[in-house]
Design a protein. Structure first.
Length: 170
């Protein structure tokens, strides 16, 4: 079990290997398809991209007395066209589900980023690791708005490490 505290640096990620279990604590930002499209062209985002962690999620509405609704990962391949530009601007970790393209993997290694997967179908469990949630950008996108999440011991697995190893090819 490896613990990561956000924001992260390339040095923080160097020892990670495909298949490692990771627990993340700190600030994570949500971003899905439409938010990615806007964020790539946004010259002044509401958060620092350098060292940031993006979680591909569109949470369900929160019930009364709950911080956030179920927060399961979405399929990541849809973000592949926009991800290299965000990694170039400093994004170090992306969390989603499923395999990615070879072009994504090449960009990830070039920019010193990693791809983690969270367990699909476990949105209620994952949301229990979220301690606060605040919409900070693109509120008009509804569930796809960018949220600033504070997480504690958020469970993931390393899908692609800095060295080009893939959990999907093991």
């Amino acid at each position: 079990m490896i613990r990561l505290s956000a924001p992260v640096t390339r040095a923080d990620l160097k020892s990670l290997k495909a298949g490692d279990q990771v627990l993340i604590s700190g600030i994570v930002y949500t971003a899905r398809d439409q938010a990615h499209i806007r964020l790539v062209n946004d010259k002044h985002p509401a958060f620092e991209l350098e060292g940031s962690i993006l979680f591909y999620v569109g949470p369900t509405p929160a019930r009364d007395g709950v911080i956030i609704g179920a927060s399961g990962p979405t399929s990541s391949y849809r973000m592949d066209p926009m991800s290299p530009a965000l990694m170039e601007r400093g994004v170090k970790v992306m969390i989603g589900k499923g395999d990615r393209s070879e072009a994504f993997r090449a960009a990830m290694m070039h920019h010193g980023s990693v791809y983690l997967i969270a367990t699909g179908g476990a949105g209620a469990l994952l949301s229990s690791r979220i301690k606060s949630s605040e919409v900070i950008m693109y509120e008009d996108l509804g569930t796809e708005a960018i949220r600033k999440l504070e997480v504690e011991d958020f469970p993931c697995f390393v899908a692609y490490d800095l060295h080009g190893n893939s959990l999907f090819q093991r």
